[in-house]
Design a protein around this ligand. Structure first.
Ligand SMILES: [Zn+2]
Length: 232
């Protein structure tokens, strides 16, 4: 099985470390599918088939080159083990319950790719930040975007709850429309016809930054409730 790769523990991002020196060229050595953000928290990142997309605070989608850097990203080489097609309108709660119902255990990682038609999608992005502003403050005023009748991809991960200092626990999903015009961190959606691919992952590769900010960070505070407020 292919491992999931984390470029940094998400706990560092929660504490306001928004600059690391991991380039997308380096990130691509560890996967072709994933999500995360950019240095200075400059928008939401989604990687599909090796292409890195930025959804900036204005909602614009930009393709990002090799030289850009990320303070946090989660990627894997995507190869789904289960594929399922689901037809019929459902609300967000039903969609999430259905996804969770497809995961045989909450104690391993899963990469999840959902493609199809949505009656409605709501996303958010995050405006560029100065370093050191805690994530919960940085995400307080986040622009949200709402789309009706849109075709696209929901991409993300499920992470076991006991790994909340390393990755966003539970489901963390981003969205990108097929026409590459819209996207962001997924807040809600109402699928009408979707194909769901799920990859089971039993290994984690974690990079620890060697920057001074990271090496001198005090991790004593429990950041889990901040993460929950910032990411939901
Ligand atoms: Zn996100």
């Amino acid at each position: 099985m292919k491992p999931v790769y984390l470029s940094s523990p998400v706990g560092a991002l929660v504490e306001g470390i928004y600059e690391e020196n991991v380039t997308f060229a380096q990130l691509r050595e560890h996967g072709d599918f994933g999500l995360g953000t950019f240095n200075d928290l400059d928008g939401e990142m989604v990687m599909l088939d090796g292409v890195v997309y930025q959804i900036d605070a204005s909602g614009r989608v930009n393709v990002i080159g090799d030289e850009a850097e990320t303070p946090f990203a989660c990627v894997t080489f995507f190869s789904p083990m289960t594929q399922e097609e689901v037809e019929g309108d459902m609300d967000y709660r039903a969609f999430i319950d259905m996804l969770l119902g497809m995961l045989p255990s909450p104690n391993i990682f899963y990469a999840i790719r959902v493609q199809g038609r949505f009656a409605q999608v709501k996303t958010r992005s995050v405006p560029k930040q100065e370093n050191y502003k805690p994530l919960v403050e940085a995400t307080r005023n986040q622009p949200t975007f709402e789309f009706g009748a849109i075709d696209g991809t929901v991409a993300g991960y499920f992470t076991p709850s006991f790994m909340s200092s390393l990755n966003v626990p539970g489901l963390h999903l981003h969205f990108l429309s097929f026409d590459l015009q819209h996207g962001g961190h997924l807040l809600e959606c109402r699928p009408s016809w979707i194909r769901i691919g799920i990859q089971f992952i039993d290994q984690l590769v974690l990079s620890l930054p060697m920057t001074l900010d990271y090496l001198t960070l005090d991790f004593k505070r429990n950041a889990e409730s901040d993460l929950d407020r910032a990411e939901r």
